[in-house]
Design a protein around this ligand. Sequence first.
Ligand code: NCD
Ligand code: ZN
Length: 352
Amino acid sequence: MDSLVITRPDDWHLHLRDGEALTHTVPATSQAFERAIVMPNLVPPVTKADQAEAYRRRIMASVPAGQNFDPLMVLYLTDQTTPEDIDAAADSEHVVACKLYPAGATTNSDSGVTRLDALTPTLERMQERKVLLLIHGEVVDPHVDVFDREKQFIDDILLPLRSRLPDLRIVLEHITTSDAVQFVESAGENTAATLTAHHLMCNRNHMLVGGIRPHYYCLPILKRSSHQQALQDIVASGHRRFFLGTDSAPHPIGKKESACGCAGCYTAPYAMPLYAQIFEDLGAIEKLEAFSSLLGPAFYQMPANSGKIRLLRQETQIPDRLELGSDTIVPFLAGESLRWALDTTFSDGQEG
Ligand code: NCD
Ligand code: ZN
């Protein structure tokens, strides 16, 4: 197989950042993806529907001429988010979900939620108005080991939440453990998960053996290989509630290569070649299209895209550095090459 034409995919978990970064991050995604769930962890965070709509307009200004790109917007939940904020989101044109960051769990999560129980009326309104809940599933208790934070969140927070609000549609984002796979499998039709390329491709040895490699550091942190295997097995099985979310999250080189480095891997420019290589290595290339382009829309209750993209069996060389405005970024797998490439001349991909 030398080329692969699939339905134009969507990225169900993406950090585009803001300002001049958008002129790079938006085309990097829109070259391959039609829609993206745009994470709201800006500084300050996107907490209101009108802020989300204004952010979307800034994003749209960076979409290259002739490309279709439809950013799907997300509100950042805080302890102050009210049911009225949810109504405004549900009534807005482009906000489809709210993101739960336990306060302090990850990059720019300081304004996140400290007491989820106090937010029950807000979550009930989300259930009623069909606004999805997207979750960064890690506890922040300093006594809980960083490798156990996802499982602990599932046990302590998610299981009770799931049974309290059975009709709320929940996506557990960027899952990293066999515990998360089992939870989502058994949680029923209203629970799904996104999977990143880096968590499918790597385990914690990639980050820690032979030297500490900050460009593999993301949250939730890479786990041991048995967890990676569970993620690979579930996507290779084609389970319909596990789909693509890159969690592409650029940080300037100085903030990654630092005594206290930031979490996040920048994968957007090479996302589809990365996933194609992963699925091919799993012997499941025939499952790539559903994972990338069909299962996400089905869970979000949206139509699949009508356009197509073409991937070619051709080397993609990932550069050592990328310039994003005045920032230098080291992309994920910098200096390495992939066996697949996105055919940027394939015109059907532009037609939506
Ligand atoms: C993300 C970021 O940099 O915004 N970082 C990460 O490691 N994934 C935030 C997030 O999704 O946790
Ligand atoms: Zn993220």
